[in-house]
Design a binder for this molecule. Structure first.
Ligand code: 9MR
Length: 479
């Protein structure tokens, strides 16, 4: 019989071999050389937290999302979210070629106003998955589906296959290739662009609409260019170079959110998208809006080392891309199910990473049941306690860093005075994390700083001592 015994030095070696690399995978996130922020009309840096609203509008009657005004009240007031990624559909805007549906935009506007009237910012997301309705996906209207010679050829996937396998359907490939083929099917992109101009005309004077997410999860069509990463440098860049100036002809001021290719980049591979230009007068207002889905967690497998590796790669590659694009970061989608073992730990890790990167984010998605913050009976799921964090909604200065420790509930914020910025720094301190209240300390001298507390909104408005450059704030539970 072979008897295995481990002495101390050997177990120490095991620890070093296995535990240390695991610890290294998360918890030491990188940040861009110079983090950029979206600012409000007082010059305050905004940290934006919210949800996607909502996935069910892909296939609902009239693309109406499930939300009622009370649900928006819950997100914005009870949970303290100051942001939403609101899904809109090309099919809703232009259901027939050249016919733009005013009633659809009225419906969108009413819901957008539910958010903006409560002080939340709205990013409009032109959503698609698997191209559009003509090929079993969502996004593009049926009339905008060019199948060329592939219309008699369709792949059938067995029931229960992951939805994204549809991207391999030759009809979907054809629809995408024809959309990107501007020389042969110019009208497709031209109408997509026209649709965006209609949206911009409608929302350009609504200050709560912060901007436009040009296309959800762009996909080249064929797997070869997806894997070779040639699409972003060519067809996607050309498309953005047409679309961005066209939006600017209608709206000079709003933020334009651009995404990289979704496939592979979502789980951490480096994007090859070159820097884009913004023809507006003044500083460019382009924000980088990639998605983050660790590979196996997205498929419902317990949070594991592969996911952690994906996240580390995501962090490192996004930092390089942010240095290239010189843009703020908004993570437009990340999410999963509470049923997946380790999902809570994943959320804590990923939200910590976003804080380090100075990122805003919108959780996928707010539809009850499935991945949503509410279950199908509209009760809160465990993830809400994690998504609802202490965070600086608006920083009246130059942010240096901020963090929230989910165990100790200690929140810290460091920022510097910045010329021309006015108003208070607003910090969301959720009651759920501070059931017995909180106490706050500042590096500013006693009597030279102060705050107001809005107990209904759970927002602290802090005034710092403008005569010192750096401010460090610490909030901890009262006992
Ligand atoms: O979660 C969504 C799933 O229920 C749908 O079947 C699928 C196809 O419409 O879309 C999923 O949502 C995806 C989103 O539209 C794009 N990014 C990835 C999301 C999660 O897979």
């Amino acid at each position: 019989m072979v008897k295995i015994t481990m002495n101390k030095p050997a177990s120490a070696r095991w620890t070093i071999l296995f535990l240390v690399p695991i610890l290294l995978l998360t918890g030491c996130w990188q940040k861009p050389t110079s983090t950029k922020y979206i600012t409000d009309n007082q010059g305050r840096a905004l940290i934006l937290h919210g949800t996607n609203s909502s996935g069910n509008a892909k296939h609902s009657e009239g693309h109406v999302p499930w939300i009622q005004e009370k649900d928006v009240e819950q997100e914005v007031v009870e949970w303290g979210f100051n942001f939403v990624r609101f899904l809109i559909f090309w099919d809703g805007i232009e259901p027939e070629r050249g016919v733009f549906d005013k009633a659809y935009l009225d419906m969108v506007e009413e819901r957008v106003n539910w958010y903006t009237s409560r002080g939340a910012y709205v990013m409009l997301d032109m959503h698609q998955d698997v191209y559009g309705y003509g090929v079993g996906g969502n996004g593009a209207p049926e009339w905008a589906t060019e199948l060329s010679l592939m219309d008699d050829f369709a792949l059938e996937f067995p029931g229960g296959s992951p939805w994204w396998l549809e991207y391999l359907d030759p009809r979907v490939i054809a629809a995408f290739l024809n959309f990107w083929g501007y020389n042969t099917h110019q009208y497709l992109q031209d109408h997509y662009i026209l649709s965006w101009q209609k949206v911009a005309e409608r929302f350009k004077d609504n200050p709560g609409v912060i901007g436009y997410d040009l296309m959800n999860e762009p996909y080249p069509g064929d797997l070869v260019s997806a894997v070779a990463l040639t699409f972003e440098k060519t067809r996607l860049k050309d498309f953005y170079d047409r679309l961005i100036p066209a939006i600017r002809r209608v709206d000079e001021d709003k933020w334009i959110f651009f995404e990289p290719q979704s496939f592979m980049i979502n789980f951490g591979v480096a994007s090859t998208l070159p820097a884009l230009s913004d023809p507006r007068s003044g500083e460019k207002r382009l924000a980088y809006a990639p998605h983050a889905y660790p590979l196996t967690l997205h498929e419902g497998v317990a949070y594991n080392l592969t996911d952690k590796f994906n996240m580390r790669e995501w962090n490192r590659n996004r930092v390089k891309e942010l240095n290239r694009h010189q843009a703020p970061l908004i993570v437009g989608e990340f999410g999963g199910s509470d049923d997946v073992p380790g999902f809570g730990e994943y959320l804590d890790d990923t939200l910590e990473m976003y804080d380090v990167m100075g990122a805003g984010w919108t959780y996928w998605d707010n539809h009850p049941g499935g991945w949503g913050p509410l279950d199908s009976d509209l009760n809160e799921t465990p993830k809400v306690n994690r998504l609802v964090r202490a965070y600086p909604r608006a920083i009246a200065g130059q942010p240096i860093e901020f963090s929230f420790d989910v165990e100790t509930k200690v929140f810290t914020l460091e920022f510097a005075e910045k010329e021309g910025v006015t108003g208070a720094t607003e910090i969301h301190l959720p009651d759920r994390h501070y059931p017995n209240g909180w106490r706050i300390q500042s590096s500013d001298a006693e009597g030279r700083w102060g705050y107001e507390w809005d107990s209904h909104r759970q927002i602290l408005s802090l005034t710092a001592d403008a005569s010192v450059v750096n401010h460090r704030i610490t909030v901890s539970p009262a006992n």
